[in-house]
Ligand binder design. Sequence first.
Ligand SMILES: C[S@@+](CC[C@H](N)C(=O)[O-])C[C@H]1O[C@@H](n2cnc3c(N)ncnc32)[C@H](O)[C@@H]1O
Length: 512
Amino acid sequence: MAEREHHDRGGSRPQRRDDRAGGRPASGGRGPRARSATAPSQRTKRAEPTRFAAYTLLRSVAEGGYANLELPDILRRHHLAGRDAAFATELAFGTIRWQGFYDAVIAQAAGRPTDRIDPQVLDVVRLGAHQLMGMRVSTHAAADQTVGLSKVVAGAGAGSFVNAVMRRMSEKTLEQWQEAVVLEGGGVDALAVLHSHPQWVVSALRAALLGHGRATAETIDTELEALLAADNDPPRVHLVARPGLSDVDELLSCAQACKSTLSPHGVVLDSGDPGSVAAVRQGRASVQDEGSQLVALALAAAEVGPDVPDRWLDLCAGPGGKAGVLGAMAVQHGADLTAVEVTPHRADLVRATLAALTRHAESVGQRVEVRTADGRDVGTDEPGAHGKVLVDAPCTGLGALRRRPEARWRRQPSDVAELAPLQRALLTSALAAVAPGGVVAYATCSPHVAETRFVVSDVLKKHPDVELVDARPLFTDASGAPLDGLGDGPYVQLWPHLHGTDAMFFALLRRR
Ligand SMILES: C[S@@+](CC[C@H](N)C(=O)[O-])C[C@H]1O[C@@H](n2cnc3c(N)ncnc32)[C@H](O)[C@@H]1O
């Protein structure tokens, strides 16, 4: 590709304001950009495949698609692999993450609110903004390719507008744009623009850091900025070797990877496609965040009374990531696993995820079963039948924003209230389904206090026969050493900016 030498994924995000305080220049070491004075008629008239693929992904997301799910097909259709696929992915995902900040910049550069810009043209300009401010694409290449893309997707008439906006955006450094768009008064509103999060999400994360004891009045500003910045860092790909089916050495031997420092069964991929790893293709290993691995391993390690049944239950299993680890650990402990999922197509995903494990369990005389059912009924249907139950509750996913670039713009504050009764009902059902002496783990990939502590404390009020267990000793790193920064207990809250994991919440309840 013509401008290949300008592709640099090392500096793929707008720099934080903190970086300026350290004296580093904005935009990855470049000063103010040279004005790009090329007339639109002299710009390219074609769309280069990586930009076109990124644009296609943005349009799919605008129409309700999920970036992670759409990406593989779009890359295939545009024949992109290796560095080109990585460039297109970062261009699209980074643009979606930084959309809030870029829209504030674009509104000023265009002299009109973004809702008065044609949505297709707006997406093209957002991609241009990310090339200018988030990736080290040269000003000329970014402008040329962005104008070319606009002509292809929106007609020649769009070229002049896009050319003008790109020129105005390139007249300021990132640092100057941060100054220009930040809202007066600072606080949550300013952080929301600077770190490209909706305001309500910034407020919820602020409350979560305080509510879980991670931050105090003195440290909250620093902690919150660090957490928001971590949400904008593209996460690395982690694999888990399902215990008994694969191991870390096998993954290291066939992938460019290094050992996880957090999970004894995990590796961190340096590069490459997880689908090229045989163990992943065969369902003996899978892609999984380290925080999710730790949650499944913690429940597997939890002690239960002597007479509890050798039956473990995953009450909300789709698509089966934690069930894969929990089921593998169950088989090693001589227990069976039942994975329940209410949505039929997600239950099918769980079946596919657990196929290799199911065969392995049968070969040693045990059972791993997937059931399409409502988890809220299991407690009534099978009271006291299980020794360990996982409730990985449906939640807002505010702890996994870095993995799902569009999620922050889709979620609404009302989602929290809407999910609340379901979360309480599932935990109540789990407590009915567990035998005396058995344990229930309640987990979410959200640190929102209303989805975590409040759910557990509400349900506990109605269950005098249930006690909260300090979950912190169950969370150890890959060497078995206690994990730092887990809070004051008895709950565990992981944090992206501290542990490098999704912000998983974990509570352990034991039925007396
Ligand atoms: C957070 S996800 C679980 C993720 C899963 N544990 C994993 O690691 O792959 C929550 C799941 O619960 C399912 N769910 C929602 N309501 C449910 C219900 N009433 N009974 C069972 N599953 C439910 C959702 O469809 C979703 O697949």
